[in-house]
Design a protein around this ligand. Structure first.
Ligand code: IMP
Length: 193
């Protein structure tokens, strides 16, 4: 079976994608390929970051690999926090602080439209491919739900009445940005196995 490395240290994400690729590709972790260093992601776009991580692994370790990067883009804030979503309220990368700051910055906003966007870059046999997943929705005025992570408690996807934090993992994956991007990646790999 062909091997493919997912350039992430997030074990939850790796397990999720591993299940989707079962039987087609053997998913390798960064540890499996002997990569123990922190992967840099200091570009100014989601695409730049996913490419930076995947290109690093391909160039240094010569294994087929992919990487992802996600951001929350709020219309009234000109697309912020976007690529800075994880450290919106500071380098401590606290979900609670990030949510508080976002709710504060939207206090007077009537337009609460937002979207999550995931960029995936794949290096397969030296060829570079890009995939994107988007989910549109809006930001609530208060926290609701305790599942998930990040901005889940304040994001309600379009055509739904509950936040991501009120949904099961399966329910969220079926409509989420990351789920959509990963399904595109899996579809591509099915046709290029
Ligand atoms: P990453 O690129 O997946 O590490 O995501 C960067 C940041 O975006 C995270 O630290 C979260 O703040 C936010 N984020 C990414 N995906 C999600 C999600 O599915 N729900 C809520 N927040 C998310």
């Amino acid at each position: 079976m062909k091997e493919l490395c997912f350039a992430t240290n997030n074990k939850h994400k790796a397990a999720e994608v591993g299940r989707m690729l079962e039987g087609r590709y053997k998913l390798l972790t960064l540890e499996d390929i002997g990569c123990h260093e922190e992967l840099r992601e200091d570009q100014y776009t989601l695409e730049g970051n996913s490419r930076q991580k995947a290109a690093y692994v391909w160039e240094k370790y010569h294994v087929n690999c992919f990487a992802d990067d996600t951001g929350l883009e709020v219309e009234a804030l000109g697309g912020a926090p976007g690529v800075y979503s994880a450290r919106y309220a500071g380098p401590q990368r606290s979900d609670t602080d990030n949510i508080q700051l976002l709710l504060n910055n939207l206090k007077k906003a009537e337009n609460r439209k937002a979207r999550f966007r995931t960029s995936i870059t794949l290096f397969l046999d030296g060829q570079e491919h890009h995939f994107e997943g988007i989910v549109n929705g809006h930001i609530t005025t208060r926290w609701e739900g305790d599942k998930g992570f990040g901005y889940d408690p304040i994001f309600i996807p379009d055509n739904h009445t509950r936040t991501f934090a009120q949904m099961s993992t399966e329910e969220k994956n079926a409509i989420s940005h990351r789920g959509a991007a990963i399904r595109k990646l899996v579809e591509f790999l099915k046709n290029h196995g």
